[in-house]
Write a protein that binds this ligand. Structure first.
Ligand SMILES: [Zn+2]
Ligand SMILES: [Zn+2]
Length: 558
């Protein structure tokens, strides 16, 4: 690169090679120093089996912390958790300016109000379709249809050229709520010249076009009209268009909507304040449920992912204080099950069916549509924008490679497949991976953020499979046992398969091992502990076929 020449680079720090925890950065500079623009800061959800005790996974932002002084700002494309869920936890390490549209900012404020000690993040509110500057970046929002209000693509204009960062989007000519995807602005970008497109790959494996929210509306209206007993609908609270769809369907069937679950109440309130429920009838509070006749009620519930503490799981287990369902009632799952949640959702569905409740899911009825573009929609976008370079993001390996293949078929000249931590040159010269930046994961463990390679979680997983044995030994200065060993076993079977006592077998192993140690070695507490630890694990393994964790404490007494 020539002296003083500007270079534009891109690096995903999350969300590429996985669905979740989106974080991308764009860098502009001469290669030695760069100004950065960050886009989104999301989380992924962990499953209990993979990571016991961990609820949330976040991108490791150590590189951004290091470059903090050079970051011009962070733009949030929309308020889904995989795009903004890590902000409250990670912003205090960065303290950079944050830009968002009104609905996203309102959801962030509500989230902050619900979390003790959450930081007060100053957010610059940008109107829909607005244009603003952050450092050397000139950013323009493009409204895109999606499954939450105010999803935005970003046109990022730089001296090296313009980039389209799509965020999450689809094409829906009848989205029920909010703006349609701004085709005119995207075509204008194509005319002006688009250097690179960073695009949502979630549904790149699916042919055709995704159905419209209006089609879902028709199905749900029919289902509610024909239902005899009570109806409960569960969906993502943030899908305000869906809340509207359910409200319209309820009104058509002359039923009242009762809002059940704190997250649902919160979003309904925000959607009222921001005008996204204008013209929709008032909803009833949860205590109205009890006195409305079964044929006059639709309960709008949280818990579409099988979350144990959410409304639907509690209703299904008859644990909800106000809301009950019984034989002849109907539950509509108006949401996709996020991979990893299938078992929890399946348990609830089966439990409801066993109680004689009719359950309707998107496997048999069009009661949900995805908010992401299928192939024909991806092709439309490419034909409108005509990018020189395309980089698939927001997807697992299969989604990314299908998106890349589609882009090549559409005639995009340079397609770069990268992964989290790759630094990709966009301009000048050929696009390609030129370096790596530090990337990784953080876990939210209770109230604490830990590095993904911290031993704590791995230890907990091992404990859950094979239990633990702890041993305490007191040795005199002459190398004799001062008392019988103390033994504590957690999660270990009491008897082996021949009926022998595991406790006795372990005690025998401890004593035999100790006796067999040469006198000199007995004087070294660390050496004693290590020998006993090995012997205990071997003794349990021989009888159980598993090696527990083992902790040995050796005390020297006088
Ligand atoms: Zn989204
Ligand atoms: Zn997303």
């Amino acid at each position: 690169m020539a002296q003083g020449q500007q270079e534009l680079v891109f690096a995903p720090l999350g969300g590429v090679g996985e669905i979740g925890m989106n974080l991308s950065i764009y860098g502009l500079g001469d290669g030695r120093t760069r100004s950065w623009l960050a886009v989104d800061l999301g989380v992924s959800f962990a499953t209990e089996e993979q990571l016991p005790g961990i609820d949330l996974i976040m991108p490791d932002i150590s590189y951004l912390v290091q470059e903090r002084k050079n970051i011009a700002g962070l733009v949030l494309t929309h308020a889904h958790e995989d795009h903004f869920g890590a902000l409250l936890d990670l912003w205090p390490r960065l303290k950079i300016p944050v830009y968002a549209t009104p609905f996203t900012a309102a959801l962030l404020a509500a989230k902050r109000a619900g979390e003790q000690g959450a930081p007060d993040i100053p957010v610059t509110i940008i109107p829909l379709g607005g244009r603003f500057k952050a450092g050397p970046f000139d950013i323009e929002l493009v409204s895109m249809a999606h499954s939450i209000p105010e999803s935005n693509a970003l046109i990022i204009r730089t001296p090296c050229g313009s980039v389209l960062h799509t965020g999450d989007w689809k094409i829906d000519p009848t989205p029920i709520l909010g703006d349609v995807t701004d085709e005119k602005k995207l075509r204008a970008l194509g005319d002006e010249g688009c250097l690179a497109l960073m695009g949502d790959s979630t549904n790149a494996v699916r042919d055709g076009r995704s159905p419209s929210e209006a089609d879902v509306g028709k199905t749900i209206t029919d289902l509610i009209k024909n239902a005899r007993g009570r109806v409960a609908v569960t969906t993502f609270a943030s899908n305000v268009a869906r809340l509207r769809t359910v409200a319209n369907a309820a009104r058509a069937a002359e039923r009242e909507v009762v809002v059940v679950g704190r997250a649902m109440e919160r979003i309904v309130q925000i959607a009222r304040e921001t005008g996204y429920l204008d013209g929709v009838q008032e909803f009833r509070p949860v205590d109205a449920y009890g006195y409305l006749p079964p044929s006059k009620v639709v309960a709008l519930c949280t818990g579409s992912q099988g979350e144990a503490r959410a409304a639907l799981a509690r209703i299904a287990e008859d644990q909800h204080p106000e809301v009950t369902l019984s034989r002849g009632d109907t539950v509509i799952f108006s949401a996709r099950t996020i991979p990893g949640n299938e078992k929890a959702v399946g348990r609830i569905i089966n439990g409801l069916i066993d109680q004689g409740i009719t359950v309707i899911t998107d496997r048999t009825h069009l009661v949900h549509v995805s908010g992401h573009p299928r192939r024909a929609e991806l092709e439309d976008l490419i034909s409108w924008v005509r990018p020189k370079i395309l980089i698939p993001v927001h997807g697992e390996a299969l989604h990314l490679s299908e998106h890349a293949a589609l882009a090549r078929r559409c005639g995009v000249k340079e397609v770069v497949q990268c992964r989290n931590g790759d630094l990709v040159r966009i301009a000048e010269g050929h696009a390609g991976i030129i370096d790596e930046v530090p990337s990784g994961r953080l876990y939210k463990d209770g109230l604490i953020l830990v590095e993904a390679d911290a031993r704590t979680v791995a230890d907990r997983r091992r404990l859950s499979f094979a239990g633990s044995v702890s041993v305490a030994l007191a040795i005199t200065d002459k190398g004799q046992l001062a008392a019988d060993p103390e033994l504590d076993m957690i999660g270990i079977p009491e008897r082996d398969r021949d009926g022998g006592s595991m406790q006795e077998a372990v005690e025998d192993a401890i004593l035999e091992t100790f006796e067999s140690l040469p006198r000199k070695r007995r004087g070294d507490p660390d050496a004693v502990a290590e020998s006993i630890r090995r012997a205990v694990r071997a003794a349990v393994n021989e009888r159980w076929g598993k090696k527990p964790m083992c902790h040995v404490q050796v005390l020297t007494v006088l």
